[in-house]
Design a protein. Structure first.
Length: 151
């Protein structure tokens, strides 16, 4: 089926849902999962007043990313799936573009990611990395919605 699946992870419940789906797809297959975490420091460049504060913040974001990737890797390995991890730091790039670029560079044939499934004004104001990936990806994209809690 799929040989290489890119899975963006950021530690959010939405990304966790995409992660679980990707692991399910890879189970029992000769599929390699590539977990990607993106450290986007653009907003911090604007907000941070001192270089020391910026460096400390970046170190924290890197460590958080490594923790998220480690958790994803442990989950995949527990399910018997083959995987690798990738941490990318970017400045001034759209997250969606970085995801698509990495899918191309690593010859992925599917991208699996979580989405909130927002509509209307909230989608327009918040933007959507998932939508950006879907619009520009050269490979199929599986968007997995976070299940709404039942009331």
């Amino acid at each position: 089926m799929y040989q290489r699946i890119l899975v963006p992870v950021d530690g959010s419940p939405t990304a966790e849902r995409g992660l679980r789906e990707a692991i399910n797809l890879a189970e029992g297959q000769n599929t390699r999962l590539l977990f990607l975490h993106i450290v986007d420091d653009y907003t911090m460049l604007i907000e941070m007043s001192s270089a020391a504060g910026y460096e400390e913040m970046i170190r924290g974001l890197r460590q958080y990313g490594l923790d998220v990737l480690g958790k994803a890797k442990r989950a995949a390995e527990a399910a018997g799936a083959h995987c690798e991890t990738l941490l990318r730091e970017v400045t001034g790039k759209r997250v969606a573009d970085v995801i698509v670029d990495q899918a191309r560079q690593h010859a992925c044939d599917l991208i699996v990611m979580g989405t909130h499934g927002r509509r209307g004004f909230s989608r327009l104001t918040l933007g959507s990395a998932a939508e950006g990936v879907m619009r520009s990806s050269p490979v199929p994209v599986l968007l997995v919605r976070l299940e709404e809690p039942k009331v």
